[in-house]
Write a protein of this length. Structure first.
Length: 373
């Protein structure tokens, strides 16, 4: 059986295999033992298994959770015992629970569920099969790209219509906005290496650091901007087509280093935007809405360049927003909106406030200064 397992080379191979799903559910103790022996014999496969489980969990999270069996499956896919709890998302009204995705130990007892006085694992296993099918669709449709770059490192890219939540190896929460891409360690390093390093290739990412973690978190962007956490919740935004990078602190303190300059300390409810070309610093306020409100469909932008606002609008409403006047990109604006609103209503308000002209054509939105004003 060990030789049979060698055939698994991709995430798709695992998700399409019923023995892997049975291993995740814990139905068959003998099969669980085979899988654990296989991973011990081939440690290089652990990352592959971790990726498959992350996709599986992501699909479970998207499914309706009215039945307790889904929660039981999530608990089984977690290394945590059923008595432990995961802190809810800071700033949200309804805390959600996701398992630690970094390291997984299959439970020794099968999943069971009460149904009319009888205990059954069939429905739970069916949920896993459905979730696995959904995960395969995600893989093939490129909604989520998860692949190893080098040993011990993973790459995560979220599609432009999804927000993705994932736990880092130290149980800190990382939430990626639509279209974001990051690299991060698949597991914590040696005891001597007390820093968990995340690299943002592009996009907006919110972090909530586990206060019990023995590791500190450092976040670096493609421009070299470095954000070092000191036990906190914060967000980092860095897009190729936006001139400024943004750091916003929801709780705690972070140190921000740009180039060779002395680190800048940001505290709770403070935000800093750094121009990638000139290095100019722009400070503004921050709060839970601006830092992590986008995870719930609430967008707050305080004293930002209009190009950042245009990107936020385009991402929220899946429309391409074009700025016809180059000078418009640098106009600083403040705005709050919800994704449940109509884009036309939001742009109408902006037009009145900033004397703009808005043109809707071929699914795109073009914004320019109103020459008649």
């Amino acid at each position: 059986m060990m030789d049979q397992f060698k055939a698994f080379e991709t995430v798709e191979d695992l998700l399409a295999d019923e023995s892997f799903l049975a291993y995740c559910s814990g139905k068959d103790k003998v099969l669980v033992g085979h899988w654990e022996n296989w991973m011990r014999a081939y440690p290089d496969k652990e990352i592959l298994v971790s990726q498959a489980k992350q996709l599986l969990i992501a699909s479970l999270v998207e499914m309706d959770d009215e039945n307790n069996s889904l929660e039981m499956l999530r608990q089984r896919l977690s290394k945590e015992s059923s008595s432990s709890s995961t802190p809810g998302f800071p700033g949200s009204d309804d805390a959600f629970d996701l398992p630690d995705l970094s390291s997984f130990t299959a439970p020794s007892s099968p999943i069971t569920e009460r149904d009319g006085g009888k205990r059954s694992s069939g429905r739970s296993f069916l949920f896993l099969k459905i979730a696995a099918a959904a995960s395969l669709l995600i893989v093939f449709a490129c909604l989520l790209l998860l692949k190893p770059l080098q040993r011990g490192e993973q790459y995560l890219q979220v599609s432009t219509d999804k927000i993705m939540s994932i736990y880092l190896p130290d149980s800190s929460l990382m939430v990626l906005n639509k279209g974001a891409s990051v690299r991060y360690p698949a597991r914590v390093g040696a005891a001597a290496d007390s820093v968990l390093k995340v690299f943002i290739e592009e996009g907006e990412v919110f972090f909530s650091v586990d206060q019990a973690s023995a590791y500190s978190l450092s976040v670096r962007t493609a421009t070299g901007l470095l954000v070092e956490d000191i036990g906190t919740a914060f967000s980092v935004k860095s897009y190729d087509d936006i001139a400024e990078e943004a750091i916003q602190v929801q709780d705690g303190i972070v140190n921000v280093t740009h180039g060779q300059e002395i680190p800048v300390r940001l505290e709770q409810d403070q935000a800093l935007r750094i121009h990638k070309g000139s290095g100019e610093y722009t400070y503004s306020k921050a709060d839970r809405l601006s830092t992590s409100g986008w995870t719930k469909g609430n967008i707050a932008l305080y004293d930002v360049r209009f190009e950042e606002a245009a990107t936020a609008l385009g991402s929220a409403f899946d429309r391409k927003v074009i700025l016809a006047d180059p000078q418009l990109a640098g106009l600083r604006v403040t705005m709050l909106f919800k994704t449940s609103q109509h884009l036309e209503d939001i742009l109408k308000t902006l037009s009145l406030l900033y004397n703009l002209n808005v043109l809707y054509e071929n699914g795109n939105v073009t914004i320019a200064f109103n020459e008649e004003g």
